[in-house]
Design a protein around this ligand. Structure first.
Ligand code: SF4
Length: 332
């Protein structure tokens, strides 16, 4: 693995651009297989208490969600070694002896790629606890719930992995839903997916909050023109098993190109309060996750991908402040 560049700062988040493979692309040219991985802290919580790593699982992503800069340019799946190499690099920068003494040390499989389409993610999850000396290790997997044979097998095995390695609240499973309108959901996430009934049935099997598991998270980054109705969610999902997470739709290049506008204004609490109350009224616990807006400028937030911003030469308002956060290119 070769680190090509890094962006960001130590106090909030850093994005690492890493090359994992190279092959012949014809005409004497080579093709580089590059992904990004991220480490972040969540001020005011210091890194000594909570540290989050976000890793890629594919080169590009075949799904091409309408709002996501990591989608497209699909070149295949990472191996377990390549997934683990991203983690090892970030960990060893700070903890060369491989001991991570942080009580909340979270690894998210959520940067580039849909993890359920890559079985190597399962192997990486299995090997993590033996590779790292990290008593606070917990994992998080975000998925749009593809309906394919590969994903079907993946989700079955995921239940066993959670039971064996990440029980008692050390696994956070997240389904990204975004809108309660089926057609609009298909527009945002253009692939055959599990229905709400299917997600609910799986979540019921996956999580046992009564045994200490985390509730399954339903993620919504609501956009103007994409309906959100808490009653539809309540009809399918049990608030004792599922929790709602609301985030702003991040200012990605793609959402800018598609004229998608966030329903949640991070600077105006009234815009989020209405959505939070709507779900609370239906009995759900709701996490409002505005996060550090500076992360948008670094390009480390969900749906962002610094390489997309560089190659498209686009810079949506309040994001990808590449000049401010500098590009530290590593010598080859
Ligand atoms: S949101 Fe996830 S599934 Fe959708 S294009 Fe981005 S990486 Fe792929």
């Amino acid at each position: 693995m070769r680190v090509l560049a890094e962006y960001g700062n130590e106090e909030i988040a850093k994005v690492y651009v890493v090359q994992l493979r190279e092959d012949e692309a014809g005409n004497g040219k080579s093709r580089k297989y590059v992904v990004e991985c991220v480490e972040s802290v969540q001020p005011p919580i210091p890194r000594e208490k909570k540290w989050v790593l976000i890793v890629s699982t594919m080169f590009g992503c075949p799904i091409k969600c309408k709002f996501c800069d990591a989608g497209g340019d699909y070149l295949g799946k990472l191996t377990a070694e390549e997934i683990l190499a991203q983690i090892a690099y970030i960990v060893r920068r700070r903890f060369p002896d491989n001991y991570v003494p942080i009580p909340k040390f979270k690894i998210q499989f959520a940067r580039m790629g849909e993890p359920s389409l890559n079985p190597a993610v399962l192997e990486a999850m299995r090997r993590l606890p033996e590779i790292l000396d990290a008593p606070g290790l917990n994992v998080s997997l975000s998925t749009i719930a593809p309906k394919t044979n590969t994903a079907e097998k993946f989700f079955e095995e995921l239940i066993e992995i959670k039971e064996q390695y990440y029980s008692r609240g050390r696994f956070q499973l997240q389904f990204s839903i975004h809108t309660t309108d089926v057609d609009k959901r298909n527009e945002l996430i253009p692939i055959k997916k599990w229905s709400f009934e299917e997600i609910a049935a799986y979540g019921d099997r996956f999580s046992s909050p009564e045994s200490g598991d985390k509730k399954v998270t339903l993620n919504f980054a609501p956009a103007v023109g994409y309906p959100l109705d808490a009653k539809v969610i309540r009809k399918h999902f049990d608030p004792s098993k599922f929790i709602i997470k609301i985030t702003p739709l991040n200012p990605t290049v793609r959402s800018h190109e598609q004229s998608l506008q966030s329903l949640i204004d991070p600077y105006d609490s009234k815009s989020s309060q209405r959505v939070v109350e709507m779900f609370e009224k239906e009995g759900f616990e709701v996490i409002l996750s505005i996060g550090e807006l500076e992360e948008n400028k670094i390009g480390s937030n969900c749906g962002q991908y610094v390489q997309r911003a560089i190659h498209s030469r686009a810079k949506p308002e309040s994001s990808y402040d590449l000049e401010k956060y500098g590009v530290r290119i590593f010598p080859s």
